[in-house]
Ligand binder design. Structure first.
Ligand code: GAL
Length: 777
């Protein structure tokens, strides 16, 4: 089999006319795939601006072999594609999230061919998710890769591999155009090491093979991947990756390879600022890495459609579990619409069933009502195509009819001061394995530049829900809404076409709540202070407590050089793997050590000051009486008492003020963080990769510019304009000048097909230029 990538040299026009089908386009734009039919502003745009029909043209020169078979393979075209080869319609496809293959042997010419694709990116009511409202955008264009496949006369269409203990099950679907025999050699490899190979006659359309094979298990810490290759003589006919692992959703939780694992994760859309869905493998893979390594998640839900294959490949490689689902949002259309949805289920499962990372097929339209015959059918399709995996289907109401193996539920019960999650028995009619597939999100939208109380409340809500998920063994896990902010339709979001529901912003930069997830991991130490400790950002200037998100054992807290106290993980969150540490004493023994009062009086004064700090001057009678007694006994005036408050709590007028947090693990100091008012600040510029290489198409990396203070803490309210200038073979995606939002912004830069050294300069009016070099290999 030969794969001929067709991602370069496309011609594009943002409109369509029937005459374009067989006449070369006039003055088109030269583009590469992944492509968005329209670049959008960051926010405040009309979502109808990308909903149109567009034209894509490609001249491809093929040395056509008479004994070969040819297919065009499209990985994702939003929303309806009609494909013409040399002026003849060769196929069409409905649905923007699943791949399709068109057999073109009869229409492909030796020499030059003209491929034309009419791409309808309107919200057609005959295609999921459309028909009512949708809380995300479905950006148009040919936004995933296209390949011409040259296959042998007798070739392999598809292979499903699954492993049960030491038995390898291989289901092969062959296509014969010359006789009906493939004398195949099947090889199992790990990296380049051959594990096993055997000969196999393939003389039926489907061949089911069972072989013994000792393989290492795949799990989230050791994701052992294998490759299965099928050869005919020396010719590679087919290749797929797979792994051995055992999954089970039971009433008492999710099991991976026989061990219970609480699933902790976030929902992910596949959108990016400006270019929507059109991002290559490097960006897709980066998102998986962020979830696994930066956020410590064990699972991701690919809401609300199948993600890029690159994303799934990376999830396999790094051991990140995936819940995936068919495209759709709340609405179920007519019978034709349902047929498209069922076809989308088939396409999803056939494309993805060899990925060990996938643990559940979502076979209901997200948050749709019950529809028994439709959902019996989608479950049947899933179980037939993949008897090894359970199904789920995401609901937003209780007592739904369950045809799936797992009751998956979006639980938005938490409002900040009540229960975190419902008990499964209150939600599902019957006892069944149970997974929470969304929480929070619209219940508490949070902008990275919201005031600090708001951003801290988002932290608490994520902690509160996770605590509930951890404490109830019947809840297999919880997947929060959501990983990052996303552009959306007018019916949702904050009026600027953004849903600020993420624990990250649209560029994947953190809000405080991101550290809730990061702090649950055990791979690397985390010590994040969810506060800048600036009283002016709090009601009545009262800082009640500081939440430290950490996986360390304890925090020693200092103000300037004064040791205040050692704090342990909070007793409010006893079920989390790593409860936060909550600092609620800013005085420690200081009054006793520094002032001439008895220990008892010093403690009383401290209690009063802390009470005022947390609740204001309205003291309960008990404290009022104590205060009167202490003032009287120590001959303290009200003014002197107020000075004590200013000194020990308000910290007004100190030449400098630093709050220091030392994080300890097993008695050893692991990390220190400092927070305090700042006189000096600077820009920090980081980049994901200093080297970047093209694959079958362009690739991207990301530069992040953050405004920070002298302690290296982010200045959340900075909106400084920054400009990126590039000299060399990289291009900036989106506007070159943009403001920091919440003290940070990022620039995705993409390769141009040329190699060499690119020099990037980040300039502002305030700071010296920052320079970075990136090598394009
Ligand atoms: C859910 C929905 C998500 C998103 C979320 C916001 O109901 O499934 O797509 O809209 O609400 O919290």
């Amino acid at each position: 089999m030969k794969r001929i990538p067709l991602n370069n040299n496309w011609h594009y026009l943002d409109h369509f006319d029937p005459s374009f089908i067989d006449t070369p386009l006039v003055s088109p734009e030269e583009i590469r795939l992944p492509h968005t039919n329209k670049e959008l502003p960051y926010h405040y745009f009309d979502e109808r601006s990308y909903q149109f029909v567009s034209s894509y043209e490609q001249f491809l020169t093929v040395e056509k072999q008479t004994d070969k078979q040819y297919y065009l393979h499209f990985e994702g075209v939003m929303t309806v594609a009609t494909v013409y080869l040399n002026g003849i319609e060769v196929g069409s496809h409905k649905g923007g999230y699943t791949p399709f293959k068109i057999h073109v042997t009869d229409h492909l010419k030796n020499g030059e061919n003209r491929l034309f694709v009419k791409v309808d990116s309107t919200e057609r009511t005959d295609v999921p998710p459309f028909g009512f409202v949708v809380d995300y955008l479905t950006y148009g264009g040919i936004y995933r890769e296209v390949t011409l496949l040259e296959k042998e006369a007798n070739h392999i269409e598809d292979v499903f591999v699954h492993v049960e203990r030491d038995l390898l099950h291989i289901d092969i679907h062959s296509i014969f155009t010359k006789g009906n025999l493939i004398e195949a050699k099947i090889a199992i490899k790990q990296d380049d090491t051959l594990i096993k190979s055997f000969d196999q006659r393939l003389d039926q359309e489907t061949t089911q093979i069972v072989e013994t094979c000792h393989l290492n298990t795949w799990d989230i810490d050791t994701p052992n991947m294998y490759t299965l290759e099928i050869y005919s003589g020396e010719v590679l006919l087919y290749q797929t990756r797979f792994a051995k692992r055992d999954i089970a959703f039971k009433v008492d939780g999710f099991y991976l390879n026989g061990e219970r694992l609480k699933l902790r994760g976030l929902n992910r859309h596949q959108s990016y600022p400006y270019v929507g869905y059109a991002m290559p493998s490097s960006a897709q893979k980066r998102d998986a890495d962020i979830l696994k390594y930066d956020l410590g998640c064990t699972v991701v839900r690919s809401s609300h459609y199948p993600p890029s294959r690159h994303f799934l490949d990376r999830c396999d490689d790094i051991g990140l579990l995936v819940v995936t689902e068919l495209p759709g949002w709340q609405h179920i259309g007519d019978d034709l619409w349902k047929e498209v949805a069922k076809e989308n289920v088939r396409e999803m499962i056939i494309r993805d069933r060899n990925h060990p990372s996938i643990i559940l097929w979502g076979v209901r339209i997200n948050e749709s009502p019950d529809d028994d015959s439709f959902y019996q059918a989608t479950n049947h399709i899933a179980h037939e195509l993949d008897p090894t995996r359970p199904t789920g289907g995401v609901r937003n109401f209780k007592g739904s009819t369950l045809f799936e193996d797992v009751y998956t539920y979006n639980d938005f019960v938490h409002r900040g001061d009540n229960i975190g999650l419902e008990a499964p028995k209150k939600v599902a009619k019957q006892t069944a394995p149970y997974l929470v597939t969304e929480y929070n999100g619209h219940m508490y939208p949070t902008k990275p530049f919201d005031d600090e109380i708001h951003r801290i409340n988002q932290v608490k809500r994520h902690l509160n829900v996770l605590e509930y998920a951890y404490r109830d063994p019947k809840i297999s896990g919880a997947i929060g809404w959501c990983m990052f902010d996303y552009n959306t339709h007018k019916d949702f979001g904050s009026g600027d076409k953004i849903c600020y529901h993420g624990v990250l912003d649209m560029f994947r930069n953190t809000k405080y709540a991101a550290h809730v997830y990061a702090s649950q991991n055990d791979h690397e130490p985390i010590l994040e202070i969810a506060s800048n400790l600036q009283i002016g950002d709090f009601e009545a200037s009262e800082i009640k407590e500081v939440i430290v998100l950490t996986n360390l054992d304890e925090v020693k807290f200092y103000i300037n050089e004064d040791y205040i106290k050692t704090f342990k993980p909070s007793k409010e969150y006893t079920h989390l793997d790593h409860p936060p540490i909550i600092i609620d004493d800013f005085i420690g023994n200081l009054i006793h050590d520094n002032e001439p009062y008895s220990k008892k009086d010093a403690d009383t004064i401290k209690a009063i000051l802390l009470h005022i700090m947390k609740h204001g001057m309205n003291l309960p009678l008990r404290l009022k009486l104590k205060m009167a007694w202490v003032l009287f006994k120590n001959k303290l005036s009200i003014d002197e008492a107020a000075k004590l408050y200013e000194h020990y709590v308000g910290k007004w007028g100190l030449a400098s003020l630093t709050y220091r947090f030392e994080g300890y693990k097993n008695g050893a100091l692991v990390m220190t963080k400092q927070v305090g008012p700042s006189y000096s600040n600077h820009l920090s510029v980081t980049i994901d990769d200093n080297e970047i290489a093209e694959t079958d198409t362009y690739e991207v990396t990301k530069m992040t510019v953050m405004h920070k203070d002298h302690n290296d803490n982010r200045l959340f309210y900075s909106a400084l304009p920054v400009t990126l200038t590039i000299d060399g073979p990289l291009e900036c995606i989106g506007p070159k000048t943009r403001p920091l939002r919440g003290g940070v912004t990022s620039f995705h830069v993409k390769t141009t097909g040329k190699k060499g050294l690119a020099k990037a300069i980040i300039s502002t009016q305030e700071f010296p230029d920052e320079r970075l070099e990136i090598t394009v290999l």
